[in-house]
Design a protein around this ligand. Sequence first.
Ligand SMILES: Nc1ncnc2c1ncn2[C@@H]1O[C@H](COP(=O)(O)OP(=O)(O)OP(=O)(O)O)[C@@H](O)[C@H]1O
Length: 871
Amino acid sequence: MASVRAVFGRAVAAHREAVAQVRAAQRDLERHAADTGPVDTSAVEQTRLGQRLAAAARALIPGWLGTGWDAAVLELPVGRDAAATGPVYVPVGSARAGDATFPAVVPLLGVGHLTVDADARRPEVAGLVRGVLLRLLAACPAGLVRVRTVDGGAVGATFTAFRPLVEAGVMPEPATDRAGFRAVLDEAERHVRQVQQAVSAGRDESAVPYLLVVVGSLVPDAGPELARLRALAHAGPAARLHLVVAGYPPAKGFPDPEEPLSHAVAVRVGERGCRLTDPPGAAPYSAGGLDVPVALAAGPPEKLVGAVSGRLAGALRAAGTMTFADLMTDRRWPDSSEHGLHTVVGRDGMAPVELAFDDATPHWLVGGRTGSGKTVFLLDVLYGLAARYSPDELAMYLLDFKEGVSFTEFTPTGSDPSWIPHARAVGVESDREYGVAVLAELAAEMGRRSVAMKRAGVTKLADLRSTVDIAMPRILAVVDEFHVLFAGNDALARRAAALLEELARKGRSYGVHLVLASQTTSGVEALYTKTESIFGQFPLRIALAGATGVLDPLNTAADGLPIGTAVVNDAGGIPGHNRLVRFPDAHADSARLAWLRHELWQARIPGSAPPSVFAGYAEQSLAGDPTYRALRPRARRLALVGRNVDVPSSTASFALDASPGRHLGVLGPSPVGADVLAAAAAGLAPQYEAGAVEFVLAPLVAAADAVAERAAARIAAAGHKVSTVDALGLRETLRRLADGVREVRGTPTPTYLVVFGMDAAGGLLGELDAQSRTGIDDLRVVLRQGPARGVHLLGWWRGLGRFSEDVGGSAGREDVACLVALNVPGSELGMFLGMLDLDWHPRPNRALLVDRHEDRVGLIVPFTEPRPEGE
Ligand SMILES: Nc1ncnc2c1ncn2[C@@H]1O[C@H](COP(=O)(O)OP(=O)(O)OP(=O)(O)O)[C@@H](O)[C@H]1O
């Protein structure tokens, strides 16, 4: 195309020469006014010059750019006559030199704008506008130009023939009123900013499609908008924005009507032909515009425009079928996240749509009914980002609250050891508590970042990263079905709302970005009602099929959306700011997905850890616990009871030290109680040197027999003495231990008394013995004095009432300070513990851990034992 520019330059020079010659000829004519003889020489020369101009101009407008409007035009191939780097010229009419006619061409894409001082209500101007638009659409490769049209004076009629392109989603309906015009200007301004940012970040701006705004006629009352139009004209060519404005300057009733648009060739329509001002740049037509009148070119017949638009729409639809590969980059991890995160999410018409997490759109809100492709859209975004930014630039926290497998592919699985190295924590079928733990972790990270920023004297991540050599990735937290966080309207919901609010408000500065997704209106409404003040922090709205509540109630753009499409709105969902985006089905290309995941995994920093994974449905066992597997003899012994519902899924344990009351009580009728107790006992065994501790197991209920037997075997394998007793044996053991701790009969060996179904011995322990002591008396001695002598009780009570009686009611509740509550109603437990605000709703595979001494209450996944077949 550079050679075309050179050709144009030569053509202009030739034109100037022609004009000079015409003037010289005119002077000759005047000087020899009396001479009636013909001036053949100059006429021939003019014709020759005209012919040269015609040849030069035609070279600038190959194929569709210069074609006539006969039926043969339909045979021309589309998308071949213009390049992404410009310049692209279009003819506006023809001029004469001598007997020759030559096209008057103006540079548009890559160079400047075009204005016509009459609007498209005049048929010849409408023809010009339609012709220019059709030429550019047909000449440019698919996706190179995005078009927005305005036609206030003719209610869009100027562009009616382009209807097939509107229906194909390639260009929206023309804006016909002031609000619509403003929305077009908003979009153009965003486009300019986006390109300016790309340029300042050193990215190749020619990858961004041109935005072409074509105004057939201005909207009435567009006074203040004209100043914006002029500013856009000024900034446009450097930012791939070009304007074709008919009816500019407006005749009257507008402020500063005469001020021309910068970088524009202005066409002045007159009685005897039109006049053109000089094009922008270094090659003017002459000293003051094109010196010869131009006859405006006839426009393409409406039928032809319709036929070509239909053909273009069909081709664009076919070529526009996106695959996952279209979202990827040629190279792995090319980008820096210093100023934000960008990724291509799909296409608007043929143009790739890039969305960002940056100062303008720090957080996104995504909605769509179930099955709308929400998961697929999120995967497109996450993989797109993971391919562009290294784990040093981007960290991901992925939370899903629904049943399903949305984010499992980011984690290692039994069949595939790879993971996405950006993923730090992944929650699948998460509990609300896990969600809150992740949000709290992110809030804590913001706190750490704020300290670093204060120290460096800056207020934004970008400034910190540009001043200090520090690895501080942007963090993206995706919360799918986030409304679950608010279910319950309880303390947890309030905490979730407060954390989300904090993250949304401050995240922009600290490089923490949120994507909240929901399939229900109520989900989105919950965010309004819970945290109304943060909604403004989510300017970017993405509405998929069936989305409600994501866009403004007056914005119906997402009604009837097909699967695979989304309305993207970066103005908080208000009408007039929509972009229709088609996104690919990541799952349809599972081989490429798997390949990408492996490639990213291979490229991870050696030794980097896989994400911590919380799978809500997964059971946890002692044997699979990393803390248990690493246990060695140690002084500070821990009873391991499960995994905390926290970000690292840490091991849930109690320190069994020498303080009174350091005993474990497992409460509730669930047979999981036996498992928890067995795990606690077996987990203590490796913490002692072989033979240094004794275990007495009392399986008093049938449900515990097999479990106790396996625990005994594990303890014995660790080299410790282990015995199994019945209820009578338990009574005897309690007497022995009570005597021992009272030093009635010497110091006892450290002993764990493990009672499965303590309540089953209730009657027996209540009986008086020969020394007028009951088993309960001995039990209480052991509870209070045992720990100092290395004696601890691990007990499972199936009923809270019996437990309460055994420890002596609320007076003795500190005597068994370590509790694991299973299916015990929260209200009863709260009453017993004197914690009236206790929030516990029993559910399968969960337990509540309470440490009275450490003031610790938390949700855990209790250890269960995989049951051998048939048990
Ligand atoms: N861009 C697309 N093109 C074609 N099919 C798609 C596209 N996106 C999603 N689908 C298909 O739509 C179906 C639903 O997708 P997806 O699982 O992402 O929906 P969802 O909204 O997350 O649903 P749910 O909330 O029930 O999990 C899938 O079968 C998927 O293959």
